[in-house]
Unconditional design. Structure first.
Length: 395
């Protein structure tokens, strides 16, 4: 079986990377840019002024659209499409973290849409985009890896649905990665980012097909690096080398490299289950993932306990207990202990949620699209399996 790795994004990593903005836009022939961002923090701290000064000097027009929230809303995406058409923009610049980048990707799909239909059609599966406007990224939060990935995830407030879509159309043309721009990220969001990038590699590590030894070793090295530096930045938020390691790991964890050569793309059941959880309750994505992962891991570990043991030993040095099942449990415990060390929850209860049976049923039904799909590749999960994982995680 052959595999395909496609990573067209031009990356500049290091201090002052954002100073290359005008030059990167000129490479792509940008004439008018929609600058998309989240909070007003980037305006108050002067970053926005530095960027617009570059565009002014280069003669590149721009219009601003802020207000992106975690679990980015389709309503703001629709507003971005409206503004983009009105202002005749030809390029989108995402300044922020994964939520901003994902929102920008959705706007890019909508602006390219010749039918001018509803952009949500692409995320609910009723239509497929035929292209996307060009996107560039200035990253201010290491987490999702959206700056180099083919994926975006959007939340529809009407119905509390969170859906993702994958396409090479939306891969950013460039990503400017300055670790110093992440110094002021609050500890909780820093840890959510650490958890998210770890989970992107863990999801790819677990599947039922053959794996490539080199890719396994790269995955273990990345996870070990993230775990070590995730603790360092909590102790010293301005540890430049630690922030740089996390920033690059974020990109590598989700650009396809950690699945190259493997027979399957990965499991992704935890991600799909978390999408329903954060769609319904608006929880932080990284925290939602760690709240589910341990329960999922124990539910599926018997499929191949040696796989869990290999990961635990490689990342945390868990010792062999002489029994595959015990080794797998020790590996799961090691990951849970690490998540606790960076102040992440390891159960839905620790998210502050007290789920009712009705809510658990709704989560499970939504996760399988009301009987239209299963989840997982390491172990294929039916609706009742998913419900049981939610139930156990909520205890």
């Amino acid at each position: 079986m052959s595999t395909r790795l496609y990573t067209p994004t031009r990356v500049i990593l290091g201090k002052g990377a954002e100073e290359s903005l005008a030059g990167e836009l000129e490479i792509d022939g940008a004439r008018k840019v929609l600058i998309h961002y989240g909070s007003e923090r980037i305006v108050k701290d002067g970053l926005m002024g530095k960027l617009t000064d570059q565009l002014d000097k280069a003669g590149i027009g721009y219009v601003l659209l802020g207000g992106v929230m975690p679990n980015p809303r389709v309503s703001l995406v629709r507003e971005g499409i409206r503004i983009g058409r009105k202002e005749q923009i030809d390029y989108i610049l995402a300044v922020g973290g994964g939520s901003v980048i994902d929102s920008a990707k959705a706007i890019a799909y909508g602006l390219y849409d010749k039918e001018e239909g509803d952009v949500w059609d692409f995320y609910n599966g009723t239509r497929k985009p035929q292209g996307a406007y060009a996107i560039g990224v200035i990253l201010t939060l290491s987490a999702t890896g959206s700056e180099m990935s083919d994926s975006s995830v959007i939340t529809n407030e009407d119905g509390k649905m969170k859906r993702g879509y994958n396409s090479d159309y939306c891969r950013p043309r460039f990503a400017l990665l300055d670790p110093e721009l992440t110094y002021t990220v609050p500890p909780y969001h820093t840890s959510c980012g650490t958890a998210d990038m770890m989970m992107h590699t863990i999801e790819r590590f677990f599947h039922s097909g053959k794996t490539l030894e080199l890719t396994d070793n790269l995955s273990i090295a990345l996870l070990k690096t993230v775990a070590e530096n995730g603790l360092k930045v909590l102790q010293n938020p301005e540890d430049y080398e630690a922030r740089k390691n996390l920033m690059w790991a974020s990109s590598l964890s989700h650009n396809g490299l950690m699945q190259e050569g493997n027979e399957q793309r990965g499991d992704w059941a935890c991600h799909q289950m978390e999408h329903e959880l954060s769609g319904m309750f608006d929880v932080a994505h990284g925290a939602g993932l760690t709240a589910i992962w341990g329960t999922w891991a124990r539910y599926v570990a018997s499929e191949n306990p040696e796989r869990f043991a290999k990961l635990g030993n490689g990342v945390f040095g868990t010792e062999a207990a002489g029994c595959a099942e015990k080794d797998a449990e020790n590996a799961i415990k090691a990951f849970e202990e690490y998540f606790r060390a960076i102040k992440m929850p390891v159960s839905i209860k620790e998210l502050g949620l007290d789920l009712t049976d009705r809510e658990i049923d709704e989560l499970a039904d939504n996760a399988v699209f009301h009987g239209k799909r299963t989840l997982g590749a390491f172990k294929v999960l039916q609706r009742d399996d998913i419900r049981e994982i939610y139930r156990r995680a909520a205890e």
